[in-house]
Ligand binder design. Sequence first.
Ligand SMILES: Cc1ncc(COP(=O)(O)O)c(C=O)c1O
Length: 397
Amino acid sequence: MAISHQRNSPIREKLLAYGQQWIDDDDIAAVVEVLRGDYITQGPKIHEFEQKIASYVGAKYAVAFCNGTAALHGACYTAGIEAGDEVITSPLTFLASSNCVLYQGGTPVFADINPNTYNIDPDEIAGKITELTKAIIAVDFAGQPAEMDRIQMLAKEHNLIVIEDAAHSLGASFGKRKVGTLADMTMFSFHPVKHITTGEGGMIVTNREDLYKKLLLFRSHGVTKDPDRMVKDDGPWYYEMHELGYNYRMTDLQAALGISQMTKLENFVQRRREIAAQYNEAFSKLEGLVVPFQHPEAESSWHLYMLRWLPERFTVDRRQIFQALQAENIGVHVHYIPVYLQPYYQRLGYEGGLCPKAEEYYESAITLPLFPKMSLQDVEDVINGVLKIHSRFKIAL
Ligand SMILES: Cc1ncc(COP(=O)(O)O)c(C=O)c1O
């Protein structure tokens, strides 16, 4: 693609976000209908939304939460994680994937990534399993499912619970199976940059009834009115608290938005795949750039598109490349700073150098804009912006 812009005028006049929701009139009407009705907190829309997600992914049960982080907390609680337990997870993720272990008093153990897929490497997991290990939290980085077949084998061998952090991967599959049936519990997030949105929102799907029941209790103060579970019956008003739960409930307003958004999910995912394919085509042959690699069994739903800029192939460092793309009004981002490098984790005793492949990845990665509402022109602008900055800073060989 030709670069037609002058060196000093930005490719775009206005900043293009790196990710954004797509809300249409149907979505707005669905929320307004709830506002005009009788229930705005826990009404019928919650269960309907749960059913929609469960049947889409092919899982038996689903529990909606007020956000994905609360859902992950619920999964850790339900997995029985407590002080003294170790939970193995990826360093290359959002903070919530390991913070949920800390909430339960457990210890996150970081296993390094596969340098090609950027997902947690099952061989690295195997090396970190001890007699204290209770669970594995696999993260489907950028929308590409982790190697769940090998992770499940390890879990079976060592009697571990598997939680899949699928905040990035609604609509993705591994082998012939959709994300949502590959782990004991799978978490989705409905934050606005994700595949569908409810504003804030999250969900756990599972095929296990025991986990489902515990998740329901945890979401709402540990309270039950189930006659089969209650110790006694004081009257029709009576309820019992059986566990220390929280108020992590989603509202009917959010669920109505989620139900409406679900009708568009397949199109959203398809559009993400098309944009990623265009980026791959434009960048894969450019020297010094590395486009995301796909595991042959994985079909990504492309939450993020990361481009690596190999430091030895450019005259400037990643910070300057990032700033140059920003100056073109391309809304770039970096996903992620390895979690254990955060000051809080450092205070807990985690040290730099723990996962060298994740750190090397972090040093060179830049996330490009990717969301279904991008116009053809937006996509072209990103491509032209990258080509412009690449040709400005590449080291000629
Ligand atoms: C990988 C990952 N896990 C967990 C979360 C937490 O989800 P939420 O923002 O819905 O709490 C996010 C959100 O960005 C995420 O990217």
